[in-house]
Design a binder for this molecule. Structure first.
Ligand code: FEO
Length: 394
């Protein structure tokens, strides 16, 4: 990825990671990018770095614009190593004594990752850094999504450097929203559902805070994916909508199966839901990545979960999915459980326990069927689907 000028003397000097397919458990079928930004003014500043193994590409990009030694300040908006892993190499090139701006938690967290005694300048919300003709303002965004996270705002150009927020795991030759179109929203939605969903209440507060501060935003530069310059309001509006977690009239029937009985139940439940005019999708866990399923969970009105019983336990992939979903704390969901069993049949009870722990509205005790569903069992699954469909319609 070559440097791209975003505004006069403001550059994206980041890199594409075309081939990453697993980002700590999140499937990245289009890779990702690690964006970093260079602002050249009387003082020159680098905002964020890249993953360690891409450091030389970042330094090459910077060198196409300016000698890295001429960078006066480095800013770390976020400690996570996809953005700060390159700091060791960058600080070595830029100068180990150059001021390194970050939040207070950033200074603590970076020191836990790097032994170097860098010249940390810990900032709080509202602090400013003058670059000469332009000014940067810092805005702490604790727990969005790490304790150290913060935004940096370039006042004169109305550019928000938003760290992970508003990002997408997408590697492409496009750099701006107007170069890619609507498709990018799918990547942004997946990113939100899998990384930010549990922080929805904080996001709503942050959006209020941004409005209260009167920050005018013409361009949003996230640390992953494309830059929002045509319509930054679109992604802000989408974050507000997603954070509210208002359910749509759609249901997911998420299951795994050993000998197709639980699968038969899933398909009949989905058919019953659809008979009520509600969109219903059976999802076999081993055929879909957990992060793809979670993207669908974001706006679903119901998540119905099915598992066979194996050795008195849930099928392991169902446990994986439930654990993953529980951590992301989806809200406003209807839930129910189902599953086939041979002799002990604990799965429905175990699923219900998890759904209740997630504060789902469990609207039925669930259906357990021994071995293979007979006609009565099939009818019961269809009727459960209808009950769920009716509940979603309200
Ligand atoms: Fe893209 Fe939280 O790092």
């Amino acid at each position: 990825m070559k440097p791209v000028e975003i505004a006069k003397d403001v550059y994206d000097v980041g890199v594409n990671d075309w081939n990453i397919r697993d980002f700590h458990g999140y499937s990245t079928d289009q890779g990702t990018s690690y964006n970093a930004f260079l602002i050249v003014d009387d003082k020159t500043v680098l905002i964020d770095t890249v993953k360690k193994e891409f450091s030389d590409q970042l330094i090459d990009n910077i060198s196409k614009i300016i000698d890295p030694k001429k960078i006066d300040y480095v800013i770390s908006n976020h400690t996570e190593m996809d953005h700060s892993g390159g700091l060791a190499r960058v600080m070595h090139k830029v100068g180990e004594d150059k001021p390194l701006y970050c939040s207070k938690m950033g200074a603590k967290n970076l020191a836990r990752h790097f032994p170097q005694k860098w010249n940390y300048h810990a900032v709080e919300t509202g602090e400013e850094l003058s670059l000469g003709s332009r000014t940067l303002t810092f805005l702490e965004t604790r727990m969005l999504h790490w304790p150290d996270s913060m935004f940096t705002y370039l006042k004169e150009d109305k550019i928000l450097f938003s760290s992970d927020a508003f990002g997408q795991h997408y590697a492409g030759h496009e750099r701006f929203d107007d170069q890619i179109g609507e498709e990018i929203m799918l990547y942004a939605k997946k990113y939100f559902a899998n990384i930010l969903l549990l922080y929805s209440p904080l996001i709503l507060k942050l959006l209020d805070k941004v409005a209260e501060l009167g920050l005018e935003i013409d361009i949003i530069c996230p640390d992953h994916g494309i830059i929002w310059r045509k319509d930054p309001g679109k992604i802000i509006g989408a974050y507000a909508k997603w954070s509210k977690q208002e359910p749509e009239k759609k249901a997911l029937v998420v299951y795994d199966t050993m000998w197709h009985s639980t699968e038969t139940m899933a398909n009949l439940i989905a058919t019953g839901i659809a008979a009520e005019g509600v969109a219903a999708r059976p999802i076999h866990i081993r055929s879909s990545h957990r992060s793809e399923i979670m993207t669908e969970v974001l706006d679903a009105g119901a998540v119905i979960v099915g598992s066979p019983t194996i050795n008195n336990q849930l099928f392991p992939t169902v446990s994986d999915f439930l654990t993953y979903m529980k951590g992301l704390r989806p809200q406003n969901k209807i839930g129910a459980a189902f599953g086939s069993y041979g002799w002990s049949g604990e799965s429905v009870k175990l699923i219900n326990k998890e759904l209740e722990a997630m504060k789902f509205d469990v609207i039925d005790p669930g259906i357990r069927i021994q071995y293979v569903p007979d006609q009565d069992g099939k009818d019961a699954c269809f009727e459960l689907g209808r009950k769920i469909g009716k509940a979603i319609k309200g």
